[in-house]
Ligand binder design. Structure first.
Ligand code: BJW
Ligand code: ZN
Length: 259
């Protein structure tokens, strides 16, 4: 891929960089994006129709099973070159804030420190009634596991449509968007609020916007650099162009990139 020289210069010179990622960055790790058609057992469902408090109220077992299935897929997934490139950027830039809408934990596994998780994490489970995090639970066929404290139904600790985002991560994300000079929107369709507004918050404060996506999105016409293709190819190429050496994974899974 040809990386624009002006973008390479801006990346090298950035004093405060922020990136927002979405499901597209994990696609090359074998995880389905949110708006991909589902397959098998779940082909008849739209993810949007399952990721809501109303769906859980109506049919908690189906929603629980869908998350159990996805949790298993996430447990078998590994970070790809895109995740590793972002982890390298956190070492190479003076300030790099990584904000994700993903619930899969792959950025952390790639070595990114202090990832801001806007939509929670699929591996955590909490009580739908009292909110306690369940340290463990037992899968019982035909039933949704219950809270050991109050007996309420357990649910994934993720943010569904119509629910508020957790306050601290949202504040951290808005602050990072407002303070950065370079903002990346990576592998996200850019339609789910309030995450989608972060790019505009950055732009309103004068940041240069970069989009990395397999396809055009509503943000494409607003960005300074639109890089179309796979995040797992574009991001490593960008890091290599800016800092001159390819990203590699050390023996302990540590990400390295030369200055
Ligand atoms: C690649 C690639 C590769 C593929 N390389 N790229 C203002 C206006 C209108 C509506 C609202 C509004 N404010 C709030 C709302 C309502 C709602 C909303 O935004 N609705 C929209 C659909 C219009 N928002 C909310 O309800 C939020 N809560 C909230 O705002 O509370 C206050 C409030 C409530 C009600 C009314 C008003 C205010 C909560 C949103 C929670 C979203 N939750 C989910 C589920 C999380 C748990 C789970 O995983 O199950 O989060 S939904 C889903 O969408 C998930 C994702 O994180 C999120 C974003 O999806 P993402 O990441 O963009 O994935 P995709 O699949 O859409 O796109 C993948 C992209 O990757 C594509 O572009 C591909 O091209 C690309 N790609 N392969 C690079 N290899
Ligand atoms: Zn409870």
């Amino acid at each position: 891929m040809d990386t624009p020289a002006d973008l390479v210069r801006r990346l090298r010179e950035s004093q405060a960089c922020a990136a927002l990622t979405g499901a597209g960055i994990s696609q090359e790790s074998g995880l389905r994006t949110f708006r991909d058609a589902q397959s098998g057992l779940w082909a008849q469902y739209r993810p949007e129709a399952l990721a809501s408090p109303e769906a859980f109220q109506r049919d908690p077992k189906t929603v629980w099973d869908w998350y159990a299935w996805r949790r298993q897929a996430v447990a078998g997934a590994r970070p790809n070159a895109g995740h590793l490139a972002l982890a390298a950027m956190s070492r190479l830039l003076p300030v790099f804030k990584l904000i994700t809408q993903n619930v899969d934990g792959l950025h952390q596994m790639a070595g990114s420190p202090e990832v801001v998780e806007l939509h929670g994490n699929i591996q955590r489970v909490r009580c739908a009634d009292c909110g306690s995090i369940a340290p463990s639970w037992e899968e019982v066929t035909g039933e949704v596991p219950r809270c050991a404290i109050c007996g309420g139904l357990l649910r994934p600790d993720v943010v569904w449509f119509g629910e508020s985002l957790p306050r601290e991560p949202l504040e951290a994300a808005v602050a990072a968007a407002r303070a950065c000079d370079l903002f990346f929107s990576i592998g996200t369709s850019g339609i789910v609020q309030p995450a989608a507004s972060l790019a505009y918050a950055a732009r309103n404060r004068g940041a240069v916007l970069v989009e990395v996506n397999a396809e055009p999105t509503p943000l494409t016409t607003k960005v300074d650099f639109a890089l179309h293709g796979k995040a797992g190819e574009i991001l490593p190429a960008l890091v290599e162009a800016a800092w001159g050496s390819p990203i590699s994974t050390g023996p302990a899974g540590q990400v390295e990139a030369g200055r």
